[in-house]
Design a protein around this ligand. Structure first.
Ligand code: GAR
Length: 189
C-alpha cells in the first residue's frame, strides 16, 4: 500500500477526485495518509469528512521546514492539488521524484510565479489561445518546470470567459490527475 500526502490551498475538488478515485479503484493500492493546507480552506474539510488526518501549516518562510517535520516517514508520494505556496529547493531535493503538481494550463506555456488559478485562465484568454488544458508534472525548484507526466487539452470557445475555461479545465484535471498518480505510483514499485 502506497502512502500519499496531499497539499491543498483551496476548494480541494482535485483532492476529492483523488479520494473518490481511490474508493472506486481508479487509483489502486494507495491511501491518502494526510492532507496539509497552507491556509484555511475547504480542502481541509474534505479530508476531515473522510476521517483523514489534516493539518494547517501557515504559509510563509518556514512552511517547508515545518512540513518536512510532519511528513510521515513511509510517504511514497506528495501530491500538490491546487497548492499555491512555492516549495523550497531543499525540500524538492530531499523528495526528488516524489512530488507532483497539477497546473491549469498547457505547460511550458502560462507557467511560473504568479501563474495560478484564475490568473492563468485570464492570461490564456487574453493571449487569444485556441486551446488550453492541464498538466501534471514533477516538482523541481524551478516553478512549473519539472518533467511532464500527462497533459489534457480543452478547446477554447469564441465567447469563453476565465470562469467557463476554469470549469472545463477542472473536468480535464479530474481525468488526468488520477491517471498520472497511478503511473507515478507504478514506477515507484
Ligand atoms: C486547479 O485548477 C489547479 O490546477 C490549480 O488550482 C486549482 C485548484 O482547484 N493549481 C494551480 O494554479 C497551481 N499553480 P481545486 O482546489 O478545486 O482542486
Amino acid at each position: 500500500m502506497k502512502n500519499i500526502v496531499v497539499l491543498v490551498s483551496g476548494s480541494g475538488s482535485n483532492l476529492q477526485r483523488i479520494l473518490d478515485s481511490i474508493e472506486q479503484g481508479i487509483i489502486q493500492n494507495a491511501k491518502v495518509s494526510m492532507v496539509v493546507a497552507d491556509r484555511d480552506c475547504y480542502g481541509l474539510q474534505r479530508a476531515e469528512n473522510k476521517g483523514i488526518k489534516n493539518i494547517l501549516i501557515p504559509r510563509g518562510k518556514s512552511f517547508c521546514t515545518l512540513l518536512d517535520k510532519e511528513i510521515p516517514e513511509n510517504t511514497d508520494l506528495i501530491v500538490l492539488a491546487g497548492f499555491l505556496s512555492i516549495i523550497t529547493q531543499e525540500f524538492c531535493e530531499k523528495y526528488q521524484g516524489k512530488i507532483i503538481n497539477i497546473h491549469p494550463a498547457l505547460l511550458p506555456k502560462f507557467g511560473g510565479k504568479g501563474m495560478w488559478g484564475h490568473h492563468v485562465h485570464e492570461a490564456v484568454i487574453a493571449a487569444g489561445e485556441k486551446e488550453s488544458g492541464a498538466t501534471v508534472h514533477f516538482v523541481t525548484p524551478g516553478v512549473d518546470e519539472g518533467q511532464m507526466i500527462i497533459q489534457g487539452k480543452v478547446e477554447i470557445a469564441e465567447n469563453e470567459s476565465p470562469d467557463s475555461l476554469a470549469q472545463k479545465v477542472h473536468l480535464v484535471e479530474y481525468e488526468i490527475f488520477p491517471k498520472a498518480i497511478q503511473m507515478v505510483l507504478n514506477d515507484l514499485r
